[in-house]
Design a protein around this ligand. Structure first.
Ligand code: F3S
Length: 395
């Protein structure tokens, strides 16, 4: 892989050991994927944050890096294992202490510790065409597809190295030829709410790491696409999709292709309903409803507040979001409405990366197909997948 004279100096250690180690990782990745060169990035989103997923080995690695590493492009973190501020959720002191050490290591490297999988809602917003290095799979799907920036699904160390060097290897979705559609998905029914997650789950399984091109009967909001993209990236490995007449690269996606040569699948109402049913592992009522996968937007929180206003919920309710969106929800009075109904706005973490299995819950209710896919395997708990209003158990 070609390196500029400055990149060679970085690799040779002239900018210190953290830059050297990071450059070695980027060069190794570039060589594995046959990249011709490195490309400058405008932002990073870094996974490998929850103590539940990276453990002591990850903490040691980060504390070592934090001795002399500083990031040089705007960078944010993926969700952690706990809410960094509230202490009433029941997580152990031991876990919390280790988690806070991880956050401190990242903070020392100047990474903004917002801990969210929806950084594009709180300031980490690239422009169309920017090269970035993001690692959370749902955020990767969103930034590639809805924003039109360019990233591969980076691993945590790859994204951190990219943030430290301000560069990433130019391969995969950084190259325009790899951003074309390779499958057309005709959605034959109007869909809404949790249908988007079910559709994403269904199509993700069928396309693997392909680039699907969707044709919908109805318009879709950014919240719908965030939910669908998360599911596409969890049942499959989709990092980029296009939606006809909607997403920024939908025209380029088919340019130069014979659409008659592309594989086509169609999805009808019966398949969506069947997938919705399959995603639940039990028909019991959830004792905890956990919304905000990916982390909730202010519109979603407003909608949740309107559904619980004046009610007393029997189920526990967590609405996972970022501190930035919660600040807006506090100001708008939505937090107050949700708390009066017995719910909590939970920041910085989520039902999958928190050690939720230690809290005594048996059945988690989710409206996210990604969460429904991961809660049984990562937390060992039963899951109910449905729209929020169908899971509410009222006093
Ligand atoms: Fe985000 Fe956790 Fe879902 S990281 S996408 S809320 S599984």
């Amino acid at each position: 892989m070609y390196l500029t004279p400055q990149e060679e100096k970085m690799e040779a250690g002239e900018y210190g050991p953290a830059v050297q180690k990071s450059m070695e990782i980027l060069v190794a990745l570039g060589n594995i994927y046959n990249a011709e060169k490195l490309v400058n990035i405008t932002s990073a989103q870094i996974s490998g944050v929850s103590y539940k997923t990276i453990g002591d080995a990850g903490l040691e690695y980060l504390e070592d890096m934090a001795k002399d590493a500083k990031i040089i492009v705007p960078s944010t973190l993926n969700p952690a294992g706990v809410d960094l501020e509230r202490r009433d959720l029941g997580f152990s002191d031991e876990f919390t202490k280790k988690q806070l050490k991880i956050i401190e290591a990242y903070r020392k490297m100047d990474i903004t510790t917002t801990c969210t999988c929806t950084p594009y809602l709180v300031g980490n917003v690239p422009m169309k065409g920017d090269h970035v290095a993001w690692s959370e799979s749902s955020a990767v799907a969103y930034v590639n597809s809805v924003i039109g920036a360019k990233t591969n699904r980076e691993g945590g160390p790859g994204a951190l190295s990219a943030a430290i060097c301000g560069k990433t290897a130019e391969y995969g979705f950084h190259l325009d030829e790899n951003r074309k559609a390779n499958l057309i998905v005709e959605v034959e029914t109007e869909i809404k709410g949790a249908d988007y997650g079910a559709l994403g789950y269904l199509v993700g399984k069928a396309v693997g790491d392909g680039v699907p091109y969707f044709k919908f009967k109805n318009t879709s909001s950014t919240n719908d696409l965030k939910s669908m993209g998360a599911a596409l990236a969890s049942s499959g490995a989709v990092a980029l999709y296009h939606v006809e007449n909607l997403t920024p690269e939908y025209k380029e996606a088919l340019q130069g292709l014979e659409t008659s040569d592309l594989e086509k699948i169609s999805v009808d109402r019966a398949e969506i309903n069947e997938t919705r049913e399959k995603l639940s592992t039990t028909s019991e009522k959830p004792d905890l409803i956990c919304l905000g996968c990916p982390h909730a937007s202010i519109d979603e929180i407003k909608n949740i507040a309107s559904k619980v206003a004046g009610k007393q919920l029997k189920n526990e309710l967590w609405v996972c979001t970022s501190i930035g969106v919660k600040a807006a929800a506090d100001r708008m009075g939505y937090t107050n409405i949700i708390e009066k109904a017995g719910g909590k706005l939970v920041c910085d973490t989520c039902m999958v990366v928190a050690p939720i299995e230690e809290l005594g819950f048996k059945v988690i209710g989710v409206d996210s197909a990604k969460a429904a896919n991961y809660v049984p395997s990562m937390c060992g708990l039963d899951v109910v997948f449905d729209d929020f209003e169908n899971m509410i158990d009222e006093e």
